[in-house]
Each structure stands twice: as C-alpha cells, then as structure tokens.
Design a protein around this ligand. Structure first.
Ligand SMILES: O=P(O)(O)OC[C@H](O)CO
Length: 474
C-alpha cells in the first residue's frame, strides 16, 4: 500500500510518497511564511497553506512517478481559522499556535481553571485552540465556522467536516477521558452554538480526494507531534521522543490512561488506532527553529550550519533564557521574553550562539525532570527527530543537561512517516499497529559527557535566572 503523506507544519508543508518495500520514493517541500505581528500575534495565509499542501502533494507524486492508495495528513495541532462551510472560502487569517493574543480570554476564565484543566488534561493557555477560536469570534468574524486547520484542509480535500481525536485533544473543549466535545466547556469559551467537526479516529478512512487526480481514499489524520511519537516507535508507556522543529515537543507515551500532570505538563490523546486509545504527556519549548531563525535575522549566524562551528568554544559566562515567544510547560508564561546574562566586553558572537543552544537544552531538561516526577520513573532514553537534530552541539547539550542518552531517528521525515503508517492502517484493516510502524532506524547516539553534578549546577543557575526574569515581569 503506497501512501502520500502530507505534513502541514508551521514553516512549511512536506509531502512524501512511501512504499512499504521501497521506502520514501518521492519528497517535496514547500515553505509557508508565518507573519510575526508586534502584539504577540502570529498568522498564516490559509490560501498559502492550502496551495502548499496541493503543490507539495503534486510534486512528491510526480517525483515518485507512481500512484498511491491513500492520502494522510499531519497537522500543526492548535492553529485555527474561520471559513465558509458552503464554499470552503477562508474568512480569516490562520491564527498560529504560537499566537498569544487569546491570553485575555484565558485570564477571564481563571476561576474555571481547575475544571477546564482537570477535564481536558491541558493548561488554560492561549497556545491551545479553543481560546483562539473564541478570540476569532470576538475580534474577527461571526460568520462561517471556526476550526483547526486540519478540519479546513480535510474539507478541501474530501468535502467532509471532520477532525481527528488527537487534534480535538489539543483544544481545551474535549472531555479527555470520553473523547467527546464537552458542552459545558464549549459554553465557557462561548462556543456552545458552533457547528463542530465530527471527531474521527486516526485510522478512519474519512472520504476520497480528487485533489491529485483520480479519487484516492483519505485516512491517517493526526497532530504532527503524535505522528512523530508513532513513527519513533514509542508504542509502550514510558517511551519518549522530542521533535526539534519550529519549537521542541517532548511527548511520553502513558498507555491507555491519560494521567493529569500535577507539575505543569499537559496530557493529550496520542492516537486512536484499531479502537484502542493511547495517551501521552507532553511539554513544549516554543522557540527552537524559530530561535535559530531569529539568530539569523539579527545577524549572529548566517545559516543554521553556522551553529556548530560558532558555538565550539562554549557560552563562557553567558546564560540565555531563549523565551522569544514566552515559556511553555512547566512555567506557562506567555509573557516571558528572552534574556542574556553574563555578557561582558570579552563575550563573542560564538558565546551568544552557544548560550542559546544551551538555553534550549535547559528547557528540555526541565521538561524531562517534570516527566520523571509525573511518571515516577527516570527516563531511560530520549529519541529525537526534526531538522535541528543536525546540530551536534544542540544534541550534545541536550544529552548533557537531560543526563539521558539520545538516539537520533534516521529519517528526516518522522512526522510524515508516522502519518503514513496511520494511513496504511486506515486502508488495510489486517495490518497490525506494530507492523505499520516497523523498526525505527537510528542515525546517531549521544551520551551525556557532563557529570550529574555539573548538569545540576548549570540547571540551578539557569533556573535562578529564569525565575528572576519571570518575577520582574510580574
Ligand atoms: O509545525 P511544527 O512541526 O513546528 O509543529 C507545531 C506543533 O505541533 C505545535 O504544537
């Protein structure tokens, strides 16, 4: 069964054609261009998203030179828009997951925090989709429907009005244990009268698409992070992956139950496959490739390939909290901003670059510590994927500060491969979940080179600076 898997991400859309015996036989990538507004807004042009999906799909298919049996779609998770259900025409810009403008809507619901967080497993934060949907209704339009981008793209491809259960679990209006829309929460966000997409499993065939020629079934729909967790073969409780993309996203499989984190992580549906649901705990670093793009924009590096040579001499006395778009789990301070401390006349460009990489790794180490607290088990191994795993300096800093061995996934297409495996499960009911994923190849390993004391000392100092930074903002 050959699959066209499309990974519609924040900075681009990737499409791959995967054949079970020949592997990836066609690849195409089309960039998309988020616009960073001064007020914390981050928007995308929905038409650009759709065109990128169509262009990447067509290009991958023509590179592969063969037909496919199913089309799969991984999506950004929390990016939303308003659109006309009759025509599919967008009625707003897409409001991107990094957009902080719905923070006021969350603040208004402060007294309901416990109820919302307990029922959804999430944090009452503008990052998730329902506050953004409410923001669109209040500030942009009362017309049409408001949904996450997957529901709109799937409508464009198939004519169906659906979202998958993993995407719904990133909304703040899903009852996580029942996996149904929650009327009480919808009322709280003033979304009670909105038509909502039907929630489907990740391995459901939702319809057919003629967007790429002859009609092809569409099945295998999932949030991009969950797709990568699946591709990395994290099928057992306790197995974890971190994807280094626009942000970094650490997910740990928790098995058939969705335990609520007492420590600031969030809980989502990892997938529903073969009528079985798996859950995951997840923590986020909002800016990783975004931080590297910022380093490029301000002229500290000319391209991501400069990261390793420039940071070779280390950060010196410089400590960086790279909170360029706020701090996510476990702090949940969207208002935080980046700081550099310890900068002196002898500080070099390389010290600043190294401090940003260390700051990213420190945030991941904070997440690992919370995962260990929540699960009561030390993490044995962290599997990683995503473009920035090419930075050996960043991977080594992550191994050093997390004090965990790291294995780098051998393919640069983890997310698309995860969606493709779900697509195969959708059209081949005899295929098992384990056989659909196969064995993850490893292209690199990193062992911690720092001792535990050195890592703890660094993290204590880093944590103090982060804490002072947050106090000053209060
Ligand atoms: O577009 P990516 O790959 O950076 O991932 C987006 C995240 O899933 C947002 O939560």
């Amino acid at each position: 069964m050959t699959v066209l898997a499309i990974d519609q991400g924040t900075s681009g859309t990737k499409a791959i054609v995967v054949d079970p015996s020949d592997g990836v036989v066609g690849i195409a990538e089309v960039p998309v261009h988020p616009v960073y507004l001064g007020d914390g807004g981050v928007e995308q042009d929905p038409q650009e998203l759709l065109e990128s999906v169509l262009a990447a799909g067509h290009q991958a298919l023509s590179a592969a030179g063969r037909s496919v049996d199913v089309i799969s779609l991984a999506n950004q998770g929390e990016t939303v828009l308003a659109w006309d259900p009759a025509t599919g025409r967008p009625l707003s810009q897409a409001v991107v997951w990094q957009d902080g403008r719905a923070a006021g809507i969350c603040a208004e619901l402060e007294s309901q925090r416990e109820l919302i967080e307990g029922r959804t497993g999430l944090a009452l934060e503008a990052y998730f989709s329902a506050p953004k949907l409410a923001w669109l209704r209040r500030n942009v339009t009362n017309e049409g429907v408001v949904t996450t981008t997957d529901a709109w793209l799937l409508r464009q491809l198939t004519g169906e009005f659906v979202t998958d259960v993993t995407t719904a679990s990133r909304s703040l209006v899903l009852d996580l244990d029942r996996r149904t829309w929650d009327p009480e929460l919808l009322e709280l966000f003033a979304l009670g009268n909105e038509p909502l997409p039907r929630i489907v499993a990740c391995d459901e065939v939702i319809g057919e698409s003629s967007a790429f020629g002859a009609p092809i079934p569409v099945g295998g729909q999932v949030v991009d992070q969950q797709a990568a967790l699946f591709a990395q073969g994290c099928l057992e409780a306790g197995q974890a992956k971190c994807t280094f993309g626009t942000g970094a996203f650490l997910l740990v499989n928790t098995g058939e139950t969705g335990p609520r984190s007492g420590n600031g992580l969030t809980t989502s549906v990892a997938w529903t496959l073969r009528d079985q649901t798996a859950y995951c705990l997840d923590g986020q670093v909002f800016t990783v490739a975004s931080a590297v793009r910022w380093l490029t924009d301000v002229g500290l590096i000319s391209a991501p390939t400069d990261l390793d040579p420039l940071s070779a001499d280390g950060a010196g006395d410089v400590l960086c909290i790279p909170a360029l778009a706020g701090l996510a789990a476990p702090w949940w301070r969207g208002d935080a901003r980046a700081t550099f401390t310890g900068v002196g006349l002898a500080t070099t460009r390389g010290n600043l670059v190294a401090s940003v990489l260390q700051g990213i790794a420190a945030q991941i180490a904070e997440l690992v510590a919370v995962v260990e607290q929540d699960t009561g088990e030390p993490l044995q191994l962290l599997r990683v994927d995503g473009g920035l795993t090419r930075s050996k300096a960043l991977m080594q800093a992550t191994a050093d500060l997390c004090q965990v061995p790291i294995e780098v996934y051998s393919s640069p297409h983890a997310t698309a491969l995860g969606a493709a495996a779900m697509g195969r499960l959708a059209i081949d009911r005899s295929l098992s979940v384990g056989d659909a994923v196969g064995t993850a190849g490893i292209s690199g390993r990193y062992q911690p080179q720092w001792g535990a004391d050195r890592a703890a000392d660094f993290l204590n100092r880093w944590h103090d600076v982060a804490g002072r930074n947050l106090e000053e903002k209060q």
